[in-house]
Design a protein around this ligand. Structure first.
Ligand code: SAM
Length: 237
């Protein structure tokens, strides 16, 4: 559950699918299938791994009969390892999003983040694959309670793990997602980030301005409307 986009950002998905000849979508942590629903409109071959049997079964019902969608029940590193050779041989869109979260029926309570084991299991990247790791904020520094921070890899280890996958990829953190992308698309990546990246300070200031006290006030609807018109360029300050 990213801080900027709840699941996979559709614009980011479309951007990578247009820029790279991606063939396979691979997600860890199916949850309620929100990202997978977006991905299967874009990719002919989609895989998603879930450790919680209840969530896996719900996803199996949801995607029943959907050609090209493959659901896997189990620990993400084990499934990645089992498909390692195939995943290194074609351009893949990796959406690494398996971790414990404070939501009903989710798995991972005993070990909250399998990310390092996932990177080790992937082993090697095709030169045109891209790796997206959701919830960057939980990895940039030890996550706060209720997360058990000892279960989460530190940022330095993640950088080292990513660099071991490919010497020809570059790294960026955009809208709460860690991106590891082919360096040949650096210019396109920078332009996309410049256009779609959010400024955390602006978001923090907005949330202070529209905090709980003011939200209850009678002018809330008017203020929100004005703010929207301002953001859309339809109103002057
Ligand atoms: C944040 S949710 C995923 C959200 C989903 N990817 C989306 O974009 O809508 C994390 C999911 O990972 C699952 N999970 C936790 N540990 C896992 C593991 N080791 N292997 C596979 N899934 C795991 C949880 O049960 C939960 O459903």
């Amino acid at each position: 559950m990213g801080a900027v986009s709840f699941s996979l950002d559709e614009r980011m998905l479309g951007f990578f699918a247009r820029t790279l000849p991606l063939q396979v979508f691979l997600e860890t942590g199916t949850f309620e299938g929100e990202s997978l629903r977006l991905a299967c409109d874009v990719f002919d071959e989609c895989h998603s791994v879930e450790l919680s049997p209840q969530l896996y079964e719900a996803a199996s019902r949801q995607f029943a009969g959907r050609a090209g969608v493959h659901l896997h029940l189990g620990k993400s590193p084990e499934i990645l390892r089992a498909h390692r050779d195939r995943l290194a041989s074609v351009p893949v869109f990796f959406w690494l999003d398996a971790h414990w979260c404070a939501a009903e029926q989710t798995a991972g309570a005993e070990s909250q983040s399998p990310l390092m084991a996932e990177l080790e299991a992937i082993g090697k990247l095709h030169p045109q694959s891209v790796v997206l790791i959701d919830d960057a904020r939980l990895y940039l520094c030890p996550p706060p309670a209720p997360h058990r921070f000892a279960d989460w890899p530190d940022f330095h280890a993640i950088l080292t793990g990513l660099q071991a996958l490919s010497p020809n990829h570059r790294l960026m953190v955009l809208n709460d997602v860690i991106l590891f992308y082919p360096e040949i698309m650096q210019l396109e990546m920078s332009l996309f980030a410049h256009k779609h990246g959010v400024d955390w300070l602006v978001i923090a200031n907005d949330s202070r301005r529209f905090g709980p006290k003011r939200r209850r006030g009678p002018g809330f609807v008017r203020r929100t409307r004005n703010r929207l018109l301002l953001a859309l360029g339809l109103r002057k300050k």
